[in-house]
Design a protein around this ligand. Structure first.
Ligand SMILES: Cc1ncc(COP(=O)(O)O)c(C=O)c1O
Length: 486
């Protein structure tokens, strides 16, 4: 295929060359109606490129097939059989994959370290999750992706499950042994879905962790806006093999998708694919070299430690994306929350993930020595400022076994059934009716249908006190928790 083409971008350029005008949405009519104060911030070109996809960019019958062609090019670029664009983020793509695999009923094996969008998929579909235990690291207090042996044990226990969903890379950059997990699933004739939201760049450099399609996954979901150069919400789901019907997968996505997809998102994904095919290897090599230099420089700062080797091992993760730089701040006597807040306020830098003792910097091929130096200088500033910062409020971290809450009801039943809001301590022993998700990284600690225990409540309350954000709770301050009414 000719990867010099970018069908959506080319169609947009042709649209403008032809001087098209539309008596259709978007009502701003290529920016004519946009308030100049809005245009001044967003830029006139943003509005100019925001045109209707069908009966606009393409004709009434989409006979130009620009998006379909861009999807084919994307699939070809990464070695998948099919690629589908979504303008509703991986949050939509992952739900579409779950529905296509499980058909809206029955059971699905799911790694319990799943993102909240997967849990939303369980609530909407009514599927019964059969949880696959991640490898909890009691010392680091984080979850490594589930092992292939654990997946096999779960298949033995729940052989009727429709498929398996695993998250890899995690927001920490840690990866599962996807090839062996895919093999284990395929021995049962069942598909593997990989939530690879953090892995859009993986197909384009051999020193990055194995890309899910190369590892034999059936469906994988990537957020092009995370590690690629898409606009926010730009996501692609890829498919190969014959365990999942492509028409079914597209139809499931259609159930959830908008009827007004944003052409800007399509165009950016289309152009990013061309860029990656033509220059991706070199760009990612530079990013990996930069990451290596930054890891050394940050590790050399007093009180900061870059985490890497401890992420890998037999009972840890299988691989690591070294563009995700996770920094332990405990040596400075401050929490990750304090570090992130200080960096935002004093250095105008926003960090990827922050928790009770870590922050992360997510590098992409867009970073260079200038942005890298800015990070190191800011972290040096943090090191200098740390002695004057207050001692962090301690977070009471539960023992990993306490995090494994008992599932009592289907997520859907608990979410849609009668609920009541109770004070947090009164929620102990009750069944959660909402997701309680520290964000980022967005992995729910408790979800609808699980019996809440005292350790989890204590963790969330002390975490909240220390600066943890729990945005999806009905009461993000956790003065109350929503539980199933008895
Ligand atoms: C593991 C994982 N899956 C899915 C998503 C959802 O992706 P999106 O933001 O593209 O909807 C995220 C977002 O952070 C994520 O971290």
């Amino acid at each position: 295929m000719d990867h010099a083409q970018a069908p959506v971008l080319d169609a947009l350029a042709a649209y403008h060359r032809a001087g098209r005008y539309a008596f259709t949405p978007p009502g701003h009519k290529q920016g004519r109606g946009a308030d100049p104060r809005v245009r001044a911030v967003l830029g006139a070109d943003t509005f100019r490129a925001d045109v209707l996809a069908t009966s606009g960019l393409d004709d009434r019958q989409t006979s130009g097939g620009f998006v379909a062609e861009a999807e084919e090019l994307m699939a070809h670029a990464v070695g998948a059989e099919h690629a589908f664009f979504s303008t509703c983020g991986s949050s939509l793509s992952v739900k579409a994959a779950m529905l296509a695999v499980a058909g809206g009923r029955g059971e699905l094996l799911v790694g319990r370290d799943a993102h909240k969008s997967v849990i939303s998929g369980l609530i909407l579909s009514g599927l019964r999750p059969r949880w696959v235990r991640p490898r909890w690291d009691g010392e680091l207090h984080l979850a490594h992706p589930p092992s292939a042996a654990e997946v096999e044990a779960c298949w033995e226990r729940w052989p009727d499950a429709a498929g398996m969903l695993v998250t890899s890379p995690t927001p920490y950059g840690t990866c599962a042994d996807l090839a062996t997990i895919a093999e284990v699933c395929h021995q049962r004739g069942r598909p593997l879905i990989v939530d690879e939201a953090w892995g859009a760049h993986l197909p384009f450099h051999e020193d990055l962790p194995t890309w899910a399609m190369d590892a034999g996954a059936d469906v994988c979901v990537v957020s092009v806006h995370k590690m690629g150069a898409g606009f926010e919400q730009g996501s692609v789901f890829h498919l190969q093999g014959d365990l999942v019907d492509p028409a079914r997968l597209r139809a499931c996505a259609d159930l959830l998708a908008t009827t007004s997809p944003n052409v800007l998102l399509y165009a950016a994904m289309d152009g990013w694919r061309r860029q990656m095919v033509e220059q991706g290897h070199g760009l990612l090599q530079s990013a990996l070299d930069l990451a290596g230099d930054l890891r050394l420089a940050i590790d050399g700062l007093d009180g900061l430690r870059v985490m890497q080797d401890e992420f890998l091992g037999v009972e840890a993760s299988h691989d690591l994306d070294r563009l995700q730089i996770v920094v332990d701040t405990a040596g400075l006597g401050i929490s990750g929350y304090q570090a992130a807040d200080w960096l935002r306020e004093h250095a105008h830098l926003d960090m990827g993930m922050s928790d009770h003792r870590r922050i992360s910097a997510q590098l992409t091929f867009a970073d260079d020595s200038h942005t890298g130096q800015r990070l190191v200088t800011a972290l040096q500033g943090l090191v200098d400022a740390a002695p004057a910062l207050p001692s962090p409020t301690p977070v009471e971290l539960p023992d990993p076994t306490a995090l494994e809450l008992e599932t009592i009801a289907l997520p859907r039943d608990a979410f849609f059934g009668p609920t009541e809001a109770v004070p947090p301590r009164g929620a102990v022993g009750r069944i959660a009716a909402e997701q309680l998700t520290p964000y980022p990284p967005g992995i729910p600690v408790a979800l609808p249908g699980e019996r809440i225990n005292a350790a989890v409540v204590q963790y969330l309350l002390t975490g909240r006190e220390a600066g943890m954000a729990i945005p999806d709770a009905a009461d993000p301050d956790l003065a109350t928790i929503r539980v199933a009414r008895t």
